[in-house]
Design a protein around this ligand. Structure first.
Ligand SMILES: [Zn+2]
Length: 283
């Protein structure tokens, strides 16, 4: 497999497979930055953890350039910070027992460029080699441009696959905006309360990102607990935590609606639902 960036890397935590042998991957997360996978694709990580039948694979598309540098990292150069972030991502792959961790090493501006061919062709190669059942990526209402760039790249790559090569599910996941507002029957509900110790370890790997004082690790767990509470899922009995997702598979089909029409359909149905409720309230 030939990827576009000569600095792209493959890492296989258990070293039992050749780095580019990706066939055992059943659940694949594709994120923009180092740390996105652990926050948004934890459902897939959990599925593969301590399993011999299911395996999680991770792809991080950007090189971490321009990352904030706070605390003990304030004197680090951009290059040194990129190296730290790459190490942190591979450490997460070790902890989560990933089948493989692939870092494509693109500058964000390439990932954000809808005309860039490198990221799409890289993903096509990887998807053909891995043939995952489920793919997790960012969702279309996220606020981060690199997240949207990656999501768009994933959709374009899947469109280039034959029907038999396509995944069964493509899930847009929460990172830089939640999906709790969506109508319950339109959400993909992912229960992730099974191994809180693992989540804590994975979320805590990214010391370089939480050293600035924003506790992404605690916020991620808080969001999962809040999502479960909104659903009325008991946290006392089973310690449930929930990630919400949106089905992006229709956008990969030959007769796909436009992204705008598809997403505005969810927003309009939410608006109608809200209006119906408010009409019963006297103001
Ligand atoms: Zn990110």
């Amino acid at each position: 497999m030939k990827l576009s960036q000569s600095t792209a890397s493959f890492y296989v935590p258990d070293r039992v497979q050749e780095p580019q042998d990706l066939a055992r991957i059943t659940h694949l997360g594709i994120g923009a930055h180092q740390d996105d996978l652990e926050f948004m694709a934890y459902h897939g990580i959990l599925a593969g953890y301590d399993s011999t039948e299911k395996w999680f694979g991770g792809i991080t598309c950007t090189n971490g350039s321009g990352s904030p540098r706070e605390g003990k990292f304030v004197t680090y150069s951009d290059k040194e910070m990129q190296a730290i972030r790459r190490i942190e991502q591979n450490r997460a792959a070790d902890i989560g027992q990933y089948a493989a961790m692939i870092q494509l090493d693109y500058p964000s501006e390439i990932v954000n460029d809808p005309h860039a061919s490198g990221p799409v062709s890289d993903l096509v190669e990887i998807l053909k080699a891995s043939r995952p059942e489920i793919i997790y990526t960012h969702h279309p209402m996220d606020q981060d441009p690199a997240h949207l760039g990656v999501m768009s790249t994933v959709i374009r790559a899947i469109r280039q696959l034959s029907p038999s090569e396509q995944p069964q599910q493509l899930i847009g996941c929460e990172t830089w905006r939640g999906l709790d507002w969506m109508l319950d029957h339109e959400k993909i509900i992912m229960h992730v309360g099974g191994n809180p110790e693992l989540a804590e370890k994975l979320n805590g790997v990214y010391v370089s990102q939480i050293s600035g004082g924003i506790r992404y690790d605690l916020a991620t767990t808080g969001r999962r607990l809040a999502n479960a509470a909104i659903l009325g899922s008991s946290q006392e009995e089973n310690g449930d935590q929930v990630c919400f997702g949106i089905d992006l598979m229709p956008l990969t089909k030959a007769d796909a609606p436009s992204m705008t029409d598809y997403i505005f359909g969810f927003i309009k149905r939410f608006a109608v639902h809200t209006k119906t409720h408010l009409q019963h309230i006297k103001s």
